[in-house]
Design a protein around this ligand. Structure first.
Ligand code: SME
Length: 162
């Protein structure tokens, strides 16, 4: 059993450092990428407030395929370049979207989503997955959230690449 407690008195950067430390402990020594993504999605869900979806899309045969997540059932396949996730995968750049309705081509998997943060996971120089966070609140994510999830993405590359 794992027990990670979330200290609500921390600043956002400190909070994300705690998340990164917990993530490192969770994946240490475990080679199974599905198990690691499943636990990491659960950890993000526990640590990051005001989300309606959190999880992974994996790069498979040049497109994105749904991976482990928390939240409602979601779109299974997303072509590179489509939607927020496809834009992050195609550009290898974080996408921070304050208003998903204003993002051209946004894919509405959950009608509750208002803002979204998608961060590519890069391993050996290639995008292997994206981490997707959705919130029912408009403009939920800021630069601290992006930096925190980017640090996490950097850390977990080897643990989720298969
Ligand atoms: N909204 C995403 C699709 C994935 S769901 O949010 C889980 C997008 O536009 O890529």
């Amino acid at each position: 059993m794992y027990h990670f407690s979330v200290d609500s008195g921390l600043s956002k950067p400190e909070h994300y450092r705690e998340l990164a430390a917990a993530a490192q402990a969770l994946v240490a020594g475990e080679p199974d990428s599905v198990a690691n993504m499943a636990n990491l999605a659960a950890l993000i869900w526990q640590f990051v407030p005001d989300l309606n979806w959190a999880g992974f899309y994996r790069v498979v045969d040049g497109g994105l395929v749904l991976g482990p997540f928390q939240g409602k059932a979601a779109c299974i396949r997303i072509p590179f370049g489509q939607g927020v996730c496809g834009a992050a995968a195609a550009s290898a750049q974080t996408q921070l979207v304050a208003d998903v309705h204003a993002f051209p081509g946004h894919i509405a998997c959950d009608a509750d989503s208002r803002s979204e943060l998608v961060v590519p996971v890069i391993h050996h120089g290639a995008v292997v997955a994206v981490i997707d966070l959705d919130s029912p609140l408009p403009a939920r994510f800021d630069a601290d959230d992006a930096a925190g999830i980017e640090a996490l993405a950097q850390l977990i590359g080897p643990a989720i690449a298969s």
